[in-house]
Design a protein around this ligand. Structure first.
Ligand SMILES: [Zn+2]
Length: 50
């Protein structure tokens, strides 16, 4: 498996699922779930996998 380092804190990253929640103008929420490299140090950095 490819080794990846966090661009923010240089910790290891793991392939996981990440979700973002966006509030729409009408007050509803749009939830987006996707595969991403996520920082194991939980600094909040992630890289979306295309
Ligand atoms: Zn990090």
């Amino acid at each position: 498996m490819q080794e990846k380092k966090c661009m923010n804190c240089n910790a290891s990253m793991d392939l996981d699922y990440w979700d973002t929640v966006e509030e729409q103008e009408d007050g509803s929420f749009l939830i987006d779930v996707f595969e991403a490299w996520v920082c194991l140090n939980k600094c909040g950095y992630f890289e979306r996998v295309e």
